[in-house]
Design a binder for this molecule. Structure first.
Ligand SMILES: *Cc1c(COP(=O)(O)O)cnc(C)c1O
Ligand SMILES: [Zn+2]
Length: 480
């Protein structure tokens, strides 16, 4: 074991958010066998961490940034706060986490009116934040396989695209006894997202319908067959996603007092993990106040927005039927983590005040315009990253975010995964259901400056002269 691997071990338990039952963490559980509720994983020994003060933890995590122990380089930089039960040999590290926080370009900041940055979670190994959760979930699976001597485990997930890409990648890396199966809604993931699990060698099964339909199928499988479910209901995944909060706080010198985080909300696993992460840090004195968290939803898939936009006394939880959304990875009408949202939003507001947790709504048009603008200013955001920028702009327009505050936008996946939507924008080929009208001044298409026939029958030197003249004419270059 490396000399800097922690010796502290906690004790993990699942706590059901429906009925409050607790169950040991060393089993594969997704929903409560008593009431069907979702779980949060808790370290029942968390209080032992309070033997140290906030400064101790800040120093420790700052020191870990330079470790050569790979098990402590990714999400487990924060081992003690996540799942302090694994041994070093259990931990799977594929280079995930510690994604860069990139200040928005000066011109883009000027348009928006306050300082802000993107945290580029698209720079994770499978190009989305889902790797944070998978690093934790697969470490857990390795730990369980080792402790129970399991000889075969089939990992299954339904996906809007990125979960399956991440699950297939980590399963392929770990290898035997794990095997990956992914269930996708036919025609509802991008070609890049489909290529990823295929390339990792997963069994890819498609079903007609949307994500919510696939999720129901996977739930029946998990209840009746021996499979390891890797959806947002897997509390180990959500746990790993807390690392986004730890990294953000660390990047800002553990002072998040004037930060506003914008997070796209689909199944709501990510936003709840982030809130839980900040609450844990506050509890240990690692930070002394909470940041503000803004969930962002498209008006085509906005159940969480609708819930919170009603006055507190009249709120009723109702799933919605989704309409096609460019923020396809968040196109979810019945988020499985909604009970987690309710619990964590309440705790966040109790501690940080009414303004500590809010949800804003954006249009499909705003998402696309914002994504295109961000990328034209040197960013690499996907449609969900466009959604968070649109969310910030709407929050500004509504007076929810003022001068003196600083925003951090979660860019949840890489631009390249969603380039099909960029193509539709540039070529004005959006199906009408999306309701997106491209701004023609932003369209960008390749231009062929010479016909194919001009290459034929010429030497390289002859063609180079011809080509250079055609380019110089097109650009109206001045001679020198
Ligand atoms: C999964 C995903 C989301 C939605 O996250 P949830 O945890 O389901 O709310 C947003 N953006 C991208 C790129 C995703 O892959
Ligand atoms: Zn229960």
């Amino acid at each position: 074991m490396s000399h800097d691997f922690p010796s502290y071990r906690g004790h993990m338990e699942y706590r059901c958010l429906g009925c409050g039952t607790r169950r040991p963490g060393d089993s594969l559980l997704y929903t409560c066998p008593d009431c069907g509720g979702v779980f949060l994983l808790e370290n029942t020994d968390f209080a032992a961490l309070k033997e140290h003060d906030g400064q101790y933890w800040r120093d420790l995590f700052d020191a870990r940034l330079s470790t050569r122990t790979t098990a402590l380089r990714g999400v487990f930089t924060y081992y003690d706060l996540l799942a302090p039960i694994f041994d070093e040999e259990d931990i799977v590290y594929l280079g995930e986490a510690h994604t860069p926080v990139v200040d928005a370009s000066p011109a883009l900041q000027a348009r928006v009116g306050i300082p802000f940055a993107y945290k580029n979670d698209g720079q994770n190994p499978s190009a989305s934040f889902k790797d944070r959760g998978m690093a934790c979930a697969f470490s857990c699976l390795k730990w369980l396989c080792r402790s129970n001597s399991w000889d075969e485990v089939l990992t299954v997930c339904a996906s809007t695209g990125d979960t399956s890409a991440a699950a297939a990648l980590y399963a392929a890396y770990v290898g035997s006894p794990l095997k990956s199966v992914v269930l996708l809604p036919h025609g509802k993931v991008t070609p890049q997202q489909l290529a990823q699990p295929l390339g990792s060698g997963a069994t890819v099964l498609e079903l007609p319908g949307v994500f919510d339909d696939c999720m129901k199928v996977v739930e029946i499988l998990a209840e009746n067959y021996r499979v390891a479910l890797l959806n947002s209901k897997n509390a180990w995944r959500i746990l790993g996603q807390e690392s986004f909060a730890y990294e953000t706080a660390q990047w800002y010198g553990w002072d998040v007092s004037n930060l506003c985080l914008f997070v796209p909300v689909g199944n709501a696993g990510n936003i709840t993990a982030i809130m839980n992460g900040f609450l844990k840090m506050l509890d240990l004195g690692i930070i002394t106040s909470l940041p503000r968290i803004f969930g962002v939803q498209s008006e085509h898939a906005d159940p969480v927005y609708r819930y919170y936009s009603a006055p507190a006394e009249t709120r009723v939880w109702e799933p919605v039927t989704v309409r096609p959304s460019v923020a396809q990875a968040a196109m979810i009408g019945n988020p499985v983590s909604f009970p987690r949202v309710r619990e964590l939003a309440e705790r966040f507001i109790q501690t940080g005040g009414e303004r500590a947790f809010q949800v804003v709504q954006v249009t499909e048009q705003q998402i696309m315009d914002a994504m295109i603008q961000a990328n034209r200013h040197g960013h690499i955001v996907c449609t969900q990253g466009g959604e968070t920028l649109a969310g910030l702009m709407n929050a500004r327009a509504l007076g929810l975010v003022g001068e003196g505050e600083r925003a951090v936008l979660d860019s949840t996946a890489h631009q390249l995964k969603f380039s099909g939507f960029q193509n539709m924008y540039f070529s004005n080929t959006f199906p009408p259901e999306y309701g997106v009208r491209p701004d023609p001044s932003l369209a960008n298409m390749p231009e062929l400056v010479l016909p194919e026939s001009e290459r034929e029958g010429k030497s390289v030197a002859e063609f180079a002269k011809l080509g250079a003249r055609a380019v110089a004419d097109r650009l109206k270059l001045a001679g020198k």
